[in-house]
Write a protein that binds this ligand. Structure first.
Ligand code: PMP
Ligand code: GLN
Length: 386
């Protein structure tokens, strides 16, 4: 095979995702998994039944239409109108994808040229770095720093160069739980307009916000025509395994994303698309209860982590809590997370892997709270033994 490495240069060093590594460790050690972000309780029974009905009724068992079934595209457009006042044409401005993950990949592969610069909020969700690299582009981090994890907008302005093509935004933000304010979004939008930049905004946690409001970037002046908005049924409806996501944007943007998407999966999740169309039409009470339940879980875990000696940063959104392990006499989150299952039977994620400069997040560790109350309570009992 010669001496040339098999994995290409773009993906060098990107081995196994931290989520796969840590979930495998949880299984191997029988630990409580507060690492990978997935709920330990499935979403609404009627939505699960809707998937069964579709499957039994022969709906979606063969290739669905490339852009997604019309029922789901319509439901996505209605959802954007109902919750955000955004109007999208289901035929030309909505695209169904294999989760938000494929939407991110297709957007970056469809919109970027090699050599383009992409400014992304750091710490970044791990697939961003990989997809920017696969597109041959360069990532430029705008670092959110502890303890407040707010973007420095002067720094953002300074990072923009003639090669900047795209801003990759994530609000509510994984892993810090930051929800960008109306003022921060307005400043980001103004820079995007001034420099004629494209924006890809990952809003998969749009419904998981506590005591604040999620604002979609696409609603701001001048943004609709330059913004690709991404969301997914995984987080909102607690069916992460179904991998149903979607993109909304102008016809030109959606067409570019669709062009790449066609050659990634073509289509996916046929029967689940019918079920998610129903889920998007659930009454407001569903979304309110989801939020109230998660807020209780957040506070349960926040109190527990604090009692166990962590410095816990209160998230305004998502189902993750970022902590600092320095008060426990620890320095290195990666070592800490690798040892944690042995030490006390709990799995967490080291935030260092979400940074280009691992030093910036060396002592940060993320815990997921989308778990049963009793599981969170047991995890806290174990962590207090540290
Ligand atoms: N973006 C962010 C910020 C996420 O946290 C996740 C997954 N948890 C995704 C995208 C991927 O979503 P999906 O599972 O729908 O592909
Ligand atoms: N987004 C989830 C998290 O942040 C994990 C999804 C995945 O494993 N790719 O934990």
């Amino acid at each position: 095979m010669g001496t040339r490495p098999l994995l290409n240069r773009r993906l060098a060093g990107m081995g196994t995702t931290i989520f796969a590594e840590m979930s495998a460790l949880a299984t191997a050690t029988g630990s409580i998994n507060l690492g990978q972000g997935f709920p330990d309780t499935d979403g609404p029974e009627e939505i699960r039944e809707a998937a069964v009905r579709a499957l039994r009724g022969g709906r979606g068992n063969q290739y669905p239409p490339g852009p997604g079934i019309p029922e789901l595209r319509t439901a996505v457009a209605e959802h954007q109108q109902r919750f955000h006042g955004l109007t999208y044409d289901p035929d030309t401005e909505v695209l169904v994808t294999a989760g938000a993950t494929e939407a991110i990949a297709a957007a970056l592969l469809g919109l970027l040229e090699p050599g383009d610069e992409v400014i992304a909020l750091e710490p970044f969700y791990d697939s961003y770095a990989a997809c920017i690299a696969m597109a041959g582009a360069t990532r430029v981090p705008l670092t959110l720093r502890a303890p407040h994890f707010r973007p420095d907008l002067d720094e953002l302005r300074a990072l923009i160069t003639p090669r900047t093509r795209l801003l990759l935004i994530n609000t509510p933000h994984n892993p810090t739980g930051t929800v960008l304010t109306a003022e921060e979004l307005a400043a980001i939008a103004a820079l995007a307009v001034e420099h004629d930049l494209l924006v890809v905004t990952d809003e998969v946690y749009e419904h998981l916000v506590f005591g604040t409001t999620h604002h979609p970037l696409a609603a701001l002046p001048g943004m609709r025509e330059r913004t690709v908005t991404i969301s997914s049924a995984g987080k909102t409806f607690s069916f992460t395994g179904w991998k149903v996501g979607w993109v909304t944007g102008s016809p030109a943007l959606v067409s570019a994303v669709r062009t790449a998407k066609q050659y990634l999966t073509y289509v996916s999740a046929g029967p689940f698309q019918y079920a998610v169309a129903e889920a998007l039409r659930l009454p407001d009470s569903y979304f309110d209860t989801l939020r109230t339940d998660l807020l209780r879980k957040r506070d349960l875990l926040l109190d527990g982590l604090t009692a166990a000696g962590f410095r816990a940063f209160t998230p305004e959104g998502t189902y993750f809590i970022t902590t600092d392990i320095t008060p426990l006499g620890e320095k290195d989150g990666i070592e800490f997370c690798r040892a944690l299952p042995e030490r006390c039977g709990v799995v967490a994620i080291p935030n260092a892997v979400f940074y280009d400069d691992p030093d910036a997040g060396r002592s940060q560790v993320r815990f997921a709270f989308c778990k049963k109350d009793e599981v969170l309570a047991e995890a806290v009992t174990r962590l207090r033994r540290l």
